[in-house]
Design a protein around this ligand. Structure first.
Ligand code: DX5
Ligand code: ZN
Length: 220
């Protein structure tokens, strides 16, 4: 599967989002990671579907929404309306996770399941057939700019095997603490989609950072 870089909008300069999108698009980026934080499931508040809806007509980027939201079901329709292509929810955030995944599909979006650093892969067993994407969190969710948790590498390898055994084309995405100097290790462990926030968006360096990341991942 082609390796994909997903800059996380969370680390962008919110006072100039239009120009921030220009910078990554000029570099050749075609996917955007959108971190939605509700202040309950994670100890931080970011932005919601209203902002995403404003950005939608502005770009053709694939919108990958990562919902760090407790009981996300009532909001799924808003993310569809906002123009999201894929919605990922956290295993522990929904009381009836299977129903949540079905609801995302029923709205016509792709569905992902996120596993926190402390969450085992056991919970995947009966959901594998329903998923388009599995997101391995390599930091505890809530903030950009944290350090990569090394035990995530074992989990990525484990899930890679599970996906390969399933025979289904499930995307393996990794999120948190990914930098230019560890992205290759993450790819070699089995990741397909690489999220990077603070290592892409940086004043004066965003376009160059995105180009350098794309150059590295294009070798795989
Ligand atoms: C963390 C978010 C990440 C974060 C990544 O809760 O899900 O997407 O923005 O940022 P960096 O790459 O700076 O760790
Ligand atoms: Zn994220």
């Amino acid at each position: 599967m082609k390796k994909v870089l997903l800059p996380s909008l969370l680390s962008a300069d919110f006072s100039q989002l239009d120009r921030e999108l220009d910078r990554i698009e000029v570099a050749g980026v075609d996917h955007l990671h959108l971190d939605i934080m509700d202040g309950h499931y994670v100890p931080n508040i970011s932005f919601g579907p209203g902002l995403i809806q404003k950005l939608r007509p502005r770009t053709d980027l694939f919108f990958d929404a990562h919902l760090m939201v407790e009981e996300p079901d009532p909001f799924l329709g808003d993310f569809k309306k906002a123009g999201c292509d894929l919605v990922t929810v956290h295993l522990e955030a929904s009381t009836h996770i299977h129903r949540t995944i079905q609801a995302i599909h029923a709205l016509g979006m792709k569905a992902g399941l996120a596993l926190n650093p402390g969450t085992s892969t056991e919970g995947l067993s009966y959901l594998m057939n329903e998923l388009d994407l599995i997101l391995v969190m390599s930091v505890n969710p809530g903030f950009g700019g944290q350090s990569f948790i090394p035990s995530a590498l074992e989990k990525i390898k484990d899930i890679r095997q599970k996906i390969d055994r399933s025979g289904r084309k499930i995307i393996l995405e990794v999120d948190g603490g990914i930098k230019k100097d560890n992205v290759e290790e993450v790819i070699r462990a089995g990741a397909d989609w690489l999220v990077a926030g603070s290592a892409v968006f940086s004043p004066g360096k965003t376009e160059t950072n995105a180009r350098e990341f794309l150059e590295i991942i294009s070798r795989y």
